[in-house]
Design a protein around this ligand. Structure first.
Ligand code: SF4
Ligand code: SF4
Ligand code: SF4
Length: 344
């Protein structure tokens, strides 16, 4: 791939042709504020916070939509740039709660980071009395439009990444908001509850119902199907409380479906989860050892003819486990009756 050189704030940066100015700055660890840019989404250029000055180019182009070119000279922190950014943020927060200390997103919020960078501590424009009801209909996350800054990351995620298109930006002026078809609650829409929009929301508009934050994380593989998505389980007090996809993994690139993102903690800690082998005697299940359970299963299976036995494999098993199970069915039990739950 052809490489090009440009200068950003006096620092020479070498990147591949096709890189945007924003990506080039990020590669050189130069912070340019953004609220609508996401490495997984197409450039959008709507929040206008990544404006920069580029020598020999008129105006203030957005770094996220401007391709870097050889010899380009970029300045990211001039008075003109910061005046435009400041006005953009003033408009964004005109109707924003700004109750950071009690906000679910406190210290993880991109708007908070941007206002701190620009030294904004209070509103310049008067607040209106516009207020939206909070949509709590989804079992896993809430949509509080009062915090929404209309960056459209959620809408673009649902279109570009999940392909569901459950939400869009609707209405105009102060009534503009993220809405489902017919402006119904999320639970009545085509939303698949994958939470991909939630993880990209830069503010507290889309937040998980689980508000605790983990103390440490453990990397693992999602147990739900054979795709093998990699994830980090967030742990607090010995319990799984959060799940996030591993962005560096080639299998899922950080993406998760509803089962992986929201379905782990409940079953891992469910009081009815079986954690020991059990044998049913006189209609009642009783705990036993693995040796006894396996002996019992082998003895009972031996009482049946091959065509009286069927084996159902599981999408929760690894390929290797499913391979061994079909070997057990065909070579040991002598049956061709083998199927897989993924076909149901
Ligand atoms: S969304 Fe961010 S800026 Fe807004 S109140 Fe919460 S922490 Fe503060
Ligand atoms: S949870 Fe998934 S399907 Fe539902 S709106 Fe968000 S991205 Fe779309
Ligand atoms: S809900 Fe979040 S991601 Fe969606 S438009 Fe509002 S601020 Fe952006």
């Amino acid at each position: 791939m052809e490489t090009i050189k440009l200068t950003i704030n006096g620092v020479e940066v070498k990147v591949n042709r096709g890189t945007t100015v924003l990506e080039a700055a990020q590669a050189a660890n130069i912070y340019i504020p953004t609220l609508c840019a996401d490495p997984d989404l197409e450039p959008y250029g709507s929040c206008r916070l990544c404006v920069v000055e580029i020598e020999k180019i008129r105006g203030l182009p957005t770094a996220c939509t401007t391709p870097a070119t050889n010899g380009m000279v970029v300045h990211t922190e001039t008075p003109a740039v910061n005046e435009v950014r400041r006005t953009s943020v003033d408009l964004l927060i005109a109707n924003h709660p700004m109750d950071c200390l009690t906000c679910r997103q406190n210290q993880q919020c991109e708007l908070q980071q941007v206002t701190a960078h620009l030294g904004i501590t209070e509103r310049r424009f008067p607040r209106t009395d516009q207020a939206f009801p909070v949509d709590t209909s989804n079992p896993f996350f809430d949509l509080d439009r009062n915090y929404c800054i209309l960056c459209a990351k959620c809408v673009r995620t649902c279109d570009e990444i999940t392909g569901i298109n459950a939400i869009d930006l609707a209405f105009r002026g102060y009534s503009a908001r993220v809405a489902t078809f017919g402006d119904k609650p999320l639970i009545e829409s085509t939303c698949k509850s994958c939470g991909e929009c939630m993880v990209r929301c830069p503010v507290a508009a889309l937040t998980p119902k689980e508000t605790r934050r983990p103390i440490h994380e453990v990397k693992t593989t999602c147990p739900y199907c054979g795709v093998g998505c990699q994830m980090y389980l967030g742990i607090k007090d010995g319990q799984v409380i959060t799940v996030r996809g591993d962005r560096d993994n080639e299998v899922n690139g950080g993406h998760l479906c509803v089962k992986g993102r929201f379905g782990i903690a409940e079953f891992v800690h469910h009081p009815e989860r079986l954690t020991n082998p059990q044998i049913r005697k006189n209609g009642k299940l009783a705990e036993t050892t693995w040796d006894r359970a396996l002996d019992e299963a082998a003895a009972r299976l031996g009482q049946y003819a091959p065509n009286e036995v069927a084996v159902i494999a599981s999408a929760k098993c690894t390929n290797e486990e499913n391979y061994v199970l079909q070997k057990l069915g065909r070579a040991v039990l002598g049956t061709q009756n083998i199927d897989h739950c993924a076909r149901l």
